[in-house]
Design a protein around this ligand. Structure first.
Ligand SMILES: [Zn+2]
Length: 271
């Protein structure tokens, strides 16, 4: 019995030995800057892992210096054989300004899902856009609930969402092609707002489901179809396949018209 426990512990160790975050490129920064950047990244990474993880792999973070009008002017993930996140930072900004910035929360959230095919970029970006505010909330960096921020992002897009008569996912892909990233990312976030609502009604939530997913299929799935099948397999009632079908069939106009009710109810709750 004792041997079995030991073997189990060793197996768990082996799986998680590569978890955590590794920082690269700090040599270009002063000791004080390094300390500030490390605190910012560790807080964001830990909050992301509390919301969506822990991640079953090592996250490699690369820093480079840039002068800009914001603390993190550019960032992206690269997932070939490693799980990498690249940040360009202007280290003249204060720690508080880094902590309030959404970029790290967004990029670390991307890693919760496997790298998807290029045509399914809308799904990856909608997910990270939805999650960035869940992570900032976990870090206690939000004065308002995430729902308030979703509304802030979506309200300016209302005319576009109402005007579109294309099936929603077709429209999202078109916006990406046209480089209308705000419309594509926050339009896609509607999918995850709805998925989270459905899961909450089932007694769970999107972050809780993604936490389970890290322990199950995160390292084996390789495309959107496998991902949504795995997520649905973790649930008593499938959510993702029916929701994908709905967003493939209904127009942005139809889907958006169902959402104002949701936003009005938030306004009422906030009063
Ligand atoms: Zn992104």
């Amino acid at each position: 019995m004792r041997l079995l426990v030991l073997l189990l512990l060793l197996a768990v160790e082996a799986v998680w030995a590569h978890a955590g975050m590794q920082l690269h490129g700090t040599d270009d920064f002063s000791t004080a800057e390094q300390q500030k950047l490390k605190v910012w990244l560790e807080q964001s990474f830990n909050a992301t892992n509390q919301v969506l993880g822990p991640y079953p792999f090592l996250t490699e973070v690369y820093l480079s210096r840039r002068t800009a009008s914001e603390p993190v002017p550019w960032a992206y993930t690269q997932r070939m054989d490693k799980q990498q996140v690249f940040f360009q930072v202007d280290s003249s900004f204060d720690l508080t300004e880094f902590q309030q910035d959404w970029t790290a929360a967004h990029e670390f959230s991307h890693l919760a899902l496997p790298l998807l095919d290029r045509e399914d970029l809308w799904f990856a970006e909608g997910f990270a856009s939805f999650m960035q505010y869940q992570v900032l909330k976990q870090q206690q960096q939000l004065a308002e609930a995430p729902a308030f921020w979703y509304q802030q992002k979506l309200q300016p897009l209302a005319p576009l969402l109402t005007a579109s008569t294309l099936p929603f996912i077709t429209q999202l892909k078109l916006w990406l092609k046209q480089r209308n990233y705000k419309a594509a990312y926050w339009g896609s976030a509607l999918f995850f707002i709805e998925a989270d609502q459905v899961l909450i009604r089932q007694g769970s939530s999107l972050p809780q489901l993604i936490q389970k997913y890290q322990r199950q299929n995160r390292l084996t799935d390789q495309n959107l179809n496998q991902l949504t099948n795995s997520l649905d397999a973790l649930l008593d009632t499938p959510v993702f396949a029916p929701l994908l079908l709905k967003y493939q069939q209904q127009t942005s106009q139809q889907l958006w018209r169902q959402h104002p009710v949701y936003f009005v109810s938030i306004d009422k709750a906030a009063e």
